[in-house]
Write a protein that binds this ligand. Structure first.
Ligand SMILES: [Zn+2]
Ligand SMILES: [Zn+2]
Length: 292
């Protein structure tokens, strides 16, 4: 804990101090960008509102100081103040000098914005350009077009003939088809939020045997969907499609404990249980596996 004495109530601070406190609070809102610590950001936004209210009551205009701060930070501080005052009607995302909100800048053209929490980090116009690129099989800047035999590297709509697009800056290759981009465009124009992926967690942190692994999958995934897995691997493949959600995220907690058990359990010939289960996961691209 810092031993800084608590700040004096706003009404008791002199205007110059308040002006600097306003700058500090605005910088904090700008850095947090309303994403890392929304709770702290909300407190600072409330502080900005209270300080501004007090300065207005004293007819003290912060414009010159905030213009100076904008030049120092390269952020549009007057816009940020305005958004803080409009909060919660507006979310104060900090803007670059060209007026684009940094957090929402399109990764492809870099001159427009995408909506908050998009499926693809690009503006509507770039979504259309990517669809055109896929359909005409003509790559555009920042996008790689490809086909793949790897089911784990393509969307659930695709097969090995489908033309896919991926951002060229991504470290892992994952391609989406024209349908994926078209659906995102439709979702944006309908104003509906992105469906969040349902998560199932399999707690494998204390497993000691294949029997324990079977129980863990039963508890975390299969029993809630109305089934009971006896350890047969063909059945496991089927059970992966039992949850009512077409696509879901499967979090395998403590996978490092499972790994030695499965790789030491022979299945058929030289194949181990680990090989087979890994293969089953690969054949179910609708299940996003998170090894944790
Ligand atoms: Zn764009
Ligand atoms: Zn697709």
């Amino acid at each position: 804990m810092s031993d800084t004495p608590p700040a004096r109530p706003i009404a008791q601070r002199d205007s110059q101090t308040l002006l600097e406190d306003l700058c500090i609070a605005l910088r904090y809102v700008g850095i947090s960008n309303y994403q890392f610590h929304p709770e702290d950001a909300r407190k600072k936004i409330t502080e900005v509102q209270s300080i501004h209210q007090e300065l207005s009551r004293r007819h003290f205009d912060p414009t010159d100081r905030l213009t100076e701060l904008s030049q120092q930070t390269k952020w549009r501080m007057l816009d940020l103040l305005e958004d803080c005052l409009a909060y919660p009607r507006a979310i104060p995302y900090v803007k670059d000098p060209d007026g684009i909100r940094i957090h929402l800048r399109c990764h492809l053209c870099r001159t427009a914005e995408h909506p908050p929490n998009p499926e693809f980090w690009m503006c509507d116009n770039c979504l259309k350009r990517v669809i055109d690129a896929i359909e005409s099989k003509t790559p555009i800047n920042g996008i790689i077009l490809f086909r793949t035999f790897n089911t784990s590297a393509r969307c659930a709509h695709a097969d090995s003939d489908t033309v896919l697009a991926a951002d060229s800056w991504q470290e892992t290759i994952f391609g989406n088809c024209a349908k994926c981009f078209t659906e995102e465009l439709q979702r944006r124009s309908s104003g509906l939020p992105r469906p969040t992926l349902k998560e199932f967690t399999i707690d494998l942190t204390n497993v000691k045997s294949f029997t324990d692994i079977i129980s863990a999958f039963n508890d975390g995934l299969i029993k809630p969907a109305g089934g009971n897995w006896n350890g047969n691997l063909d059945a496991f493949n089927d059970y992966l499609s039992w949850p009512p959600e077409q696509a879901y995220r499967l979090i395998l907690l403590g996978w490092n404990r499972v790994y030695p058990i499965l790789s030491a359990t022979p299945f058929h010939g030289s194949q181990t249980m680990l090989d087979v289960i890994t293969e089953i996961f690969q054949h179910n691209p609708q299940v996003q596996i998170v090894y944790s």
